[in-house]
Write a protein that binds this ligand. Sequence first.
Ligand code: SF4
Ligand code: SF4
Length: 374
Amino acid sequence: MRNMTSPIYRTIEKTVIPLLPLFSRNRPVLIALFITDLCNLHCVHCFSSSENKSPLKQELTIDEIEKISLNLPLFPWLLITGGEPFMREDVSEITRIFLLNNRVTNITIPTNGMFPDKIVNWIRETEKFRLTTQYNLNFSIHGLSEMHDLITGIKGSFKRLMKTVSLIQSDVDKRSDLRIVFNVTLMQKNQDHLESALIFLKSKFPTSRINLGVVRGKPRDPEQKLIAPEKYLLAARYIVKHPYHDLKSSWLNRFFSMRDRMVLKRIYQTLKKTVSYRPCLAGRLSLVINESGDVFACELLDQTLGNLRDYQYQFQKLWHSQARYEILKKIKEARCSCPHECNQIVNNVYNPNLLLRHTLYSLFRDPGRKRFWA
Ligand code: SF4
Ligand code: SF4
């Protein structure tokens, strides 16, 4: 494992590592590592819990995860996901492995917030690895109290989630490298109730960021995919009008605000089927490793690039395999397009034309102007 380095060197790394994939298309920007498919909730829109899959394969062990990490290049953004990631006991160890071996600059953990003690413990552990990495705890919230419980299938899950968020609020207030994000997923059940949830989140947690997603994949209840794009537009407009940070304070804030607006707009256009085609970079700049080592271009495509166990964890061999090139060809030929927000972020930021556009807009125009979202 590589040694930790000085804060100055790390700051340089933090600037350089996210830029590397712009110059080398063989280096991922985003790796979504599914560390378990177990979960203690029973969400109607879930596409990823163990009961949706068969047969169950053995989860990657911590030693296997370390071997994978050691064979991966430096990359900026790691998503530690599941199932519910905190069902595992070793989230802190997994975090440490990728920080030290791959110098990741952003670690995002989507969670249902049902394990407050483990989350607090993870926060304490990350204090030992400040290293200027940005840590995001993304709490899934689907509506206000009753609606959230109805969607998760567990009474009291909203109350427990709020308790967890309150518990960590003081740590977040003290640390600029730790952020609370709320993942709000639009689905058939909550589409008429989202505004009240957004108003609640904005008033109670004004500086927290809200990610607006759309139900995806093959949900437990297929009817949840029956959504009206206008409902997405309403929620997106609310988020745009209520930025989570001061847009006047820095150019970077304006840049990210502009990026988020473009992503929201693109997702809405995809839902409306009015979007112009833009090549998806899944399988090139982003990839998914599931809990048993299968690698996918994205979490929505069933065809695997291969299993890392079969490649003795040698990522580069899998990355240059024929199977991967065939999937990339298929994605291109199908002109694949979807509203998945993580891939939309990568597609929007690592496209040189769009990057230039975001930069110029955020430098010379007021990102709060309506016409960018009209
Ligand atoms: S919390 Fe996430 S993983 Fe768990 S059931 Fe809900 S959607 Fe699925
Ligand atoms: S457009 Fe969506 S489904 Fe298609 S490859 Fe990209 S992320 Fe996957």
